[in-house]
Design a protein around this ligand. Structure first.
Ligand code: NAP
Length: 298
């Protein structure tokens, strides 16, 4: 663990039973004994802190969103390539058993084509213009913080949309306090996606197939339960795993490093590219720009 403050790093290390800590991110990146760094600073620092580590030949697991925009992402991707280092976006929900199972059912075309999806992730956040969620200088806003989960669910299960519509309500700090997004697909399928800091909802997701409806429990991104309803009845799945679910992502990263991979086969840099490009396009439709953005290209 590393912090910009020695006292904070020491206290955090003590609380978490760690024997080693660093009083700067630079010191962490330089330590030859470190194999991999988990970058969990606010979004606007993901590119800077990932590059710091990659340049010291460290593998990096970077929190979501991997970057503020596609321009930053490309720099990170190039640095990973030129240093031959592992880089993966920490989109932990990708490794959850419920999502893996539904993805598998789609690959096997078990219930016919996917016709429609609905996914929402919302909670009432305390308004503080200085803290990360509403602070534009720290990359605040619902889309990049929690809207990324419904967006990723649609990309994972339905693929890249042909067309995107999006709108949002702005907070007084100039970030999206809530948003509504529609993905339209060439085959007629659609996805209704939303996220908000203004109200707490059940944060559920439903996927409608030709022959079944898959319903994820609340909250859909972290649930261990889902049901499949067909004409003949309802099948319930309950994975009932211990801890909060981060273990699936952590185990996957360990396996990648043991195999000497520089990319995850399950959360590839191409998947991250598609995700960040889609988020860029949604922001363009909502009219939301950050200081890190360059002019948007259609
Ligand atoms: N996977 C998940 O479930 C999940 C959940 C929450 C958040 N996240 C992601 O994790 C990232 C961090 O979120 P968070 O809520 O933990 O953020 P946060 O508490 O606001 O910041 C995390 C740490 O970043 C460090 N930091 C470095 N430079 C900073 C600066 N200039 N200003 C403020 N902090 C700075 C601070 O550590 P020091 O002061 O010790 O240096 C701070 O404690 C975000 O990108 C978010 O999307 C993921």
């Amino acid at each position: 663990m590393a912090s910009r403050s020695e006292a904070k790093a020491r206290a955090f290390a003590k609380d978490n039973d760690a024997h080693v800590y660093y009083d700067s991110y630079q010191a962490l990146a330089k330590d030859p004994k470190v194999d991999i760094v988990y970058v969990a600073t606010p979004h606007v620092f993901h590119a800077e802190h990932t590059l710091l580590c990659l340049k010291q030949n460290k593998a990096v697991l970077c929190e979501k969103p991997i970057a503020m925009n596609v321009f930053q992402f490309k720099t990170m991707q190039e640095a990973a390539k030129s240093n031959n280092c592992f880089l993966m976006e920490g989109l932990w929900t990708n490794f959850m058993p419920h999502l893996q199972k539904v993805h598998e059912l789609i690959q096997q075309n078990t219930y016919g084509h996917c016709l429609k999806m609905e996914a929402d992730f919302s909670f009432k956040a305390e308004f503080d213009p200085y803290k990360r969620l509403f602070n534009k200088n720290l990359g605040g806003g619902a889309l990049l913080d929690i809207g990324i989960y419904p967006v990723y669910l649609a990309l994972k299960l339905l693929g890249l949309p042909q067309d995107i519509e999006a709108s949002c309500e702005y907070s007084s700090t100039g970030v999206d306090a809530s948003n509504q997004i529609e993905f339209k697909y060439a085959n007629g399928a659609s996805a209704q996606l939303s996220s908000s800091f203004l109200k707490t909802t059940a944060s559920q997701a439903k996927v409608y197939f030709e022959e079944a409806v898959v319903e994820f429990g609340s909250r859909f991104h972290e649930t261990d339960k889902f049901t499949i309803k067909t004409d003949t009845g309802t099948q319930s799945f309950d994975y009932n795993y211990p801890a909060n679910g981060y273990q699936f992502e952590i185990e996957h990263v360990h396996r990648c490093l043991h195999r000497g991979l520089v990319q995850s086969p399950e959360m590839s840099l191409e998947a991250s590219y598609q995700l960040i490009s889609t988020l860029d396009e949604i922001r363009h439709k909502m009219g939301l720009q950050y200081k890190e953005d360059k002019p948007y290209k259609e």
